[in-house]
Design a protein around this ligand. Structure first.
Ligand code: PLP
Length: 361
């Protein structure tokens, strides 16, 4: 990639692709939206304005309780997207090399490129469950590498990165004076099984996350960055150029949501657990789709070899009303991404449509 990116093709597609909602929408990667009627909130809990300068103190404290990170390391951000952009803007100078995983959630790639970084890549391979091979990361690094960008759980595959690999990445980064940005938005979807954030493993890690995916709370835009205090301060100052202050009512609602997170997480698990079983039973019956089993997370990324998957996805939508994300948006054109974060009936209907489309091949 040479020219600076100006947008994310995937995000544009996701926002404009459908003239009307598909009957079985399996593209949204998070747990379906949490309804405000289920949030325990009174009007007097909200306000339009409040003392939110470098963070609204009660929200900072709620984030500290949730992440277990010290207050001085937490930077509030507009969703994980805002967190990623702000973190990268603080970590990258034009001309720096930035090493990005592939397959990748494409706004991560284009955010780094838009900031003037030179992009290098390393591959995560379907054959070994999209795990990170440290030797391939080492080979892709250059003396100018200042940032390595990964997601844990991995979007699109939901692959988990273990502690040994994270420590190996930290060692590689330290050797060349680089940092590692770990987008942990899907790690939240491991709920009580989630290991401690990579933030606690090594100071080279900069973490981004939000309440968006695991809890169905995208509309709150409650995101955060975890970084060493000096770096966190730089990010707060940089944020003055972009956001100044967030919507205060959303900050208040985020505090309530964080307080009620156990119940919100239980609702998410009630959606994901049966859906995962449904997906696995489906994959068992359809060996033409390879891989795709997931222990955690909200998305599955099976491979459909020997087929034009872009055309297959278009037919799936047109003939069966089922939308999935073609793997070409993730640089893996033989794959397709299926969510399990939707209503069980939607997943069931979508998988029936997928079975019918597979039978037509
Ligand atoms: C890896 C990853 N990071 C960030 C986001 C966006 O998160 P948010 O909605 O909190 O900005 C997504 C959304 O799909 C994602 O997959």
């Amino acid at each position: 990639m040479t020219a600076r990116s100006t947008h994310s093709p995937y995000m544009h597609w996701a926002k404009t692709r459908f003239q009307s909602q598909p009957r079985y929408g399996l593209t949204n990667s998070g747990v379906m939206n949490f309804p405000i009627s289920e949030l325990n909130v009174r009007l007097e809990d909200l306000d339009l304005s409040g003392p939110s300068y470098y963070g609204y103190p009660p929200l900072q404290e709620a984030l500290a309780r949730h992440t277990k990170a010290p207050l001085e390391s937490i930077v509030a951000a507009q969703g994980t997207s805002g967190a990623n952009y702000l973190a990268m803007a603080a970590l990258l100078q034009p001309g720096d090399d930035c090493l990005v995983e592939s397959p990748v959630y494409d706004p991560l790639l284009h955010a780094a490129s838009s900031l003037g970084a030179r992009i290098n890549r390393f591959r995560r391979h379907a054959e070994d469950g999209f795990r990170i091979r440290l030797d391939e990361v080492r080979q892709a690094m250059t003396p100018a590498t200042r940032l390595i960008v990964i997601s844990n759980l991995h979007n699109p595959s939901s692959a988990f990165i273990d502690e040994t690999t994270l420590r190996g990445l930290a060692a590689l980064a330290r050797e060349s004076n680089a940092r590692v940005l770990v987008d942990e938005v899907y790690l939240e979807a491991m709920y009580e099984d989630a290991p401690p954030s990579a933030f606690f493993l090594d100071p080279v890690f900069v973490i981004t996350s939000s309440l968006t995916k695991a809890y169905g709370l995208s509309g709150l835009r409650c995101g955060w960055i975890l970084a060493e205090p000096d770096l966190a301060r730089r990010m707060w100052l940089l944020n003055d150029l972009m956001g100044v202050i967030p919507a205060h009512s959303a900050e208040r609602l985020s505090i309530l949501a964080l307080d009620q997170l156990p119940a919100i997480a239980a609702r998410a698990r009630r959606i994901l657990d049966p859906n995962r079983a449904l997906l696995h039973a489906f994959l068992e019956r359809h060996p033409r789709l390879q891989g795709g089993r997931i222990s955690h997370g909200t998305v599955s990324f099976p491979r459909l070899p020997g087929v034009d998957v872009d055309a297959f996805c278009a037919r799936l939508l047109e003939h069966h009303g089922v939308s999935v994300v073609p793997g070409s948006f993730f640089e893996a054109p033989e794959h397709l991404r299926i969510t399990i974060g939707c209503a069980t009936e939607t997943l069931r209907g979508g998988l029936e449509g997928l079975a019918a489309a597979l039978a037509e091949i």
